[in-house]
Design a protein around this ligand. Sequence first.
Ligand code: NAD
Length: 442
Amino acid sequence: MSINPQNNPEKNKNMKTIFADAQTRLNEVFKHVDLTDDVEEKLKHPKLSLSVSIPMRMDDGSLKVFTGYRVQFDDTRGPTKGGIRYHPDVSLDEVTSLSFWMTIKCAVMDLPFGGAKGGIIVNPKDLSRLELERLSRGYIREIADIVGPKRDIPAPDVYTNSTIMGWMADEYAQIKREQLPGVITGKPVYLNGSLGRVAATGRGALYVLQQWVKRNNLQPAEMTLAVQGFGNAGYHFARLAREAGFKFVAIADSKGAIYSEEGLEPEKVMEHKEEHKDIKTMMYCDGSVCDFQRYQKISMEELLGLDVDVLVLAALENQVHKENADRIKAKLVLEIANGPVTSEADAILKKNYVTVLPDVLVNAGGVTVSYFEWVQNRGGLYWEESEVNDRLKNKIDREAKAIFDLAEEKQISLRTAAYLIGVQRIAGAITEKGTKEYFQNG
Ligand code: NAD
């Protein structure tokens, strides 16, 4: 185990790291608000970066060692919070960036949390279920000293789910010899999870989109959407948005994309995906609608360039970058994934009058209901699903309105407005602990 609190990740010296790109968003914020230098200095450095080796016995008896990370970016506003990702491309740079975005996001939603993130370099699709369980328990054993309900609270992210969170909470209880369900959120409902958590990210994204649509006098029934990423966040968003009257013409997962001018039914696409493991094989007629319901296979780049009203990015970071940003024809980009648009692409989209609804607001439904789960775990009193959804709607609606109003008033992007609100809250907490000016005067 190695701890490097001054970690400054650089994956490739010739490339701008994801973290360096994420940080450029702050420069824009500092142009609009006069904050003490302490804030800028503090937000440059993750508080704690932990890198661990997880030895694991594979089903065939061999021993394999996996690399995992946990980064706690800033805890000025409370215990740190953020998901755990299993992906072959996980790196310390990526996890650090994600922990930075979590810090901003928790502040944008005014949750009493700082930001963190974790990950393991692994393709979970290559593991058996027993191997996945052993790896998940092994990871939590390695990071057990730095997590806890009052310190750092993980949750699911890409290629992790409620079952994995349940294993981790169970392992943590065995280590600590007491039940501490508040150590992790996104657990199964039968293991002290919260009702409404599974769909919370998609639901929150829908609330943001609906508020934008209403504010701009648009009609859902007249709007077409394309979604990249069809996992927990993308699927539940698509399912709920279609119920709310929006039309989906294209859906993509990591293996391919499909298009239908007539519109796609997210539930049917998911049924097919679960049966066949990908959606690009979905080239069949769909019962009674056979004559007009034909799906066309398209490439990922074609999906990104479709002439739709809303392009929904719900997969991974860096999907829209300076090489392809000019090809985006959608009028609105909904960032459900974390960091799917680079800062260079942001500038190109702005020039092309494409509005971006930013990740730190759009996907905050997940962490908000994770917060509700933590509150329920600690209070021991569990809420009805309608109460969870109502509280989520109130919180998202309030923060979205504040961001939309500020962007309009200051004539700045929605992303800068969201960051401005979040950073000011973090700055408030930093300032209350004393600044250079305060101590000099004393
Ligand atoms: P998931 O593992 O459930 O699904 C990921 C989806 O993305 C899968 O459908 C996968 O096939 C697809 N995908 C992966 N690489 C792709 C590629 N290159 N092109 C197209 N599709 C690709 O993960 P998730 O939880 O839905 O997370 C998706 C994004 O949303 C991530 O950026 C995550 O950080 C963010 N997010 C998730 C939550 C949550 O509660 N799950 C909360 C906030 C943000």
